[in-house]
Design a binder for this molecule. Structure first.
Ligand SMILES: C[S@@+](CC[C@H](N)C(=O)[O-])C[C@H]1O[C@@H](n2cnc3c(N)ncnc32)[C@H](O)[C@@H]1O
Ligand code: SF4
Ligand code: SF4
Length: 382
């Protein structure tokens, strides 16, 4: 495989900060050491100038809007004619912020909001104010309407908040949110309080509540669509409550929208066979920029730093080429790739089968020599 055949990336995930103004109960931020955290030096954006019209995802692991130069980051995205997807806790949304987004190609804004009652929300999202963030979501709705932008809520479900899922669906539907994603909490720490929030022991009840939500969305023709990996499961489909699109349910309301999973689509859809799912092309299309300027392929593997080189030099450089070659020659990295499993193909995880939450199924794919050979051969053709 020749690196010069690889075009510049089309999806960029950029993390402006490595810290946050909140301490959500379930989040890795609450379990990180309190040492001084990194901020992206915005001078490094110069080294991304050659990119045009990419799909920029801003802030998927920390809180992007607290960067002191967040406005300049938006200016950079606007100047590069990039499309924008923003993920935020919503605490910094002011009228001018919401208006600013209308001057960009803002496609999707996600605000994370767990539970729906004030006391639940503020107990989980430590440091946030319920009424301020609800106000922010309303502002975003009005602004995004003007530019055809889509608005989503991420509700990370804990045992103590799962009974509020249906009320949350109704509440956000009323405000005009396009989609709510019900994300099952992954346990990041092992303190007793967090372990007590695990959904696994109460999964039967959890799935019943998700069934009920599907019935309500369909029978009351709510406009909001609802994503949950459960809706892609065999057991949900067998109940024939409705026909989901992947892991998303929606009603027959004419305004219902299944918000596309653009990052995943770019990395798996156009594939010629590069990764374990036969179609992962992540290192050919996607780069993650960490707050220290590192450029990462396959989400986690650094291949250069913007303080030292431009994105072209890094993307076509020795480390990036070596990594792509290694992946093409040897399925090992992909077989152990949690990014593929949890972030690109998470709706393929069988919730009823605990072993599928490990990389075992991927390894099984490679126990078949012919399948492995076919993948390697097609990767070499890229
Ligand atoms: C880490 S946050 C970063 C973006 C932004 N600060 C926010 O809260 O939306 C991204 C998403 O991960 C979710 N999240 C946090 N901790 C999680 C956990 N333990 N399991 C699953 N999702 C989690 C958050 O609720 C949020 O929707
Ligand atoms: S706001 Fe986002 S990044 Fe911050 S602690 Fe909460 S989930 Fe984590
Ligand atoms: S290591 Fe993961 S992200 Fe990289 S090509 Fe393989 S499956 Fe895709």
């Amino acid at each position: 495989m020749c690196s010069t055949q690889v075009n510049l990336p089309v999806v960029i995930e950029i993390e402006p900060t490595e810290h946050c103004n909140l301490r959500c109960r379930m989040c890795h931020v609450s379990y990180m050491p309190a040492e001084k955290r990194k901020l992206l030096d915005i001078a490094l954006l110069e080294n991304l100038r050659s990119l045009r019209g990419c799909y920029f995802i801003v802030g998927s692991s920390f809180e992007p809007t607290i960067h002191p130069s967040f406005d300049e980051i938006l200016d950079f995205i606007e100047l590069g004619d990039h499309r924008l997807e923003l993920i935020t806790n919503g605490t910094k949304v002011t009228p001018s912020f919401a208006e600013r987004l209308t001057r960009l190609r803002t496609e999707i804004v996600t605000v994370s909001f767990d539970g729906i009652k004030k006391e639940t929300y503020e107990r989980i999202r430590r440091g946030a104010k319920h009424e301020e963030v609800v106000k922010g979501v309303r502002l975003l709705r009005r602004s995004l309407d003007g530019v055809g932008g889509l608005l989503a809520i991420n509700f990370t479900v804990l045992r103590s908040s799962m009974s509020e899922m249906l009320d949350a669906v109704r509440f956000w539907d009323d405000i005009g949110v396009d989609q709510i994603r019900l994300i099952s909490c992954v346990l990041r720490g092992d303190d007793a309080a967090l372990l007590g929030e695990s959904l696994w022991p109460v999964r039967g009840r959890y799935f019943d509540l998700l069934d009920e939500i599907a019935r309500v969305v369909v029978s009351e023709q709510l406009r909001i669509s609802v994503r949950s990996p459960y809706y892609a499961s065999k057991s949900f489909r067998q109940k024939e409550i409705c026909e989901p699109s992947g892991d998303c349910i929606f009603s027959s309301d004419a305004g219902s929208i299944v918000i596309p999973m653009n990052r995943q689509t770019f990395q798996v859809k156009f594939g010629g066979g590069f990764g374990p799912g036969d179609d992962c092309i992540s290192p050919l299309v996607f780069a993650r920029i960490a707050s220290n300027g590192d450029v990462l392929l396959c989400n986690t593997i650094p291949v250069g730093n913007l303080a030292e080189s431009s994105i072209e030099d890094i993307w076509h450089g020795d480390l990036a080429r070596k990594l792509r070659q290694e992946i093409a020659d040897n399925g090992e990295k992909c077989a152990r790739c949690d990014y593929y499993k949890f972030c690109l193909k998470s709706n393929a995880i069988d919730l009823e089968d605990f072993s599928s939450s490990r990389s075992v199924k991927l390894s099984e794919k490679y126990s078949d020599d012919n399948a492995l050979k076919a993948i390697v051969e097609s990767a070499k053709r890229l």
